[in-house]
Design a protein. Sequence first.
Length: 182
Amino acid sequence: MGNPQGQHRESIADCFACGVSLAGGFMVPIEPYEPAVMDWLSGLSASVMSGAPSATDLDNLKVMRQLALLFLSRYSTVKLHDHVCGQLVIPPMELAHGKLGFESRLHPERHHLIQLIGWLMMDLEPRLRDAWRAKVVRYNQMLKGFEVAPRFYLEIVEGFANWRDACNRNVSGVRMQLRRSH
């Protein structure tokens, strides 16, 4: 199970490389950015760990995974990490470069990112709209690779799809007002 050297392990909690138990290891305290975010994340975690998470909790987890992909995107047009750090007035953390999955990142990075994601999730529509308006993430990137997106997320993101139509309606309305005034 992930151990190419065939090192014997007593438990899945043992390190795959050296066999040392990781269960009683040193714990680094998490510095919460906003206590309400930590409370929300703790509630979600408790629901999942209960073995009977609600459909809403499962949908939230799907969206959180998509947001994690956006935060870790290597596209130069996605600057969601710096934007959310600015909104929370915290310094952006230097994230490891390269194609590295969320689970492979160091604990401080994961805790940092999950708090940013939690902050977005607590008021998703206006916060995601703000990021979209600031041009730190594009509409198509919010849906890229999201095969079975929850309905609430689709409704939010699809509201960003017709921005050109909205701009054209506003321009047309201004033109009509100008014609009437002359």
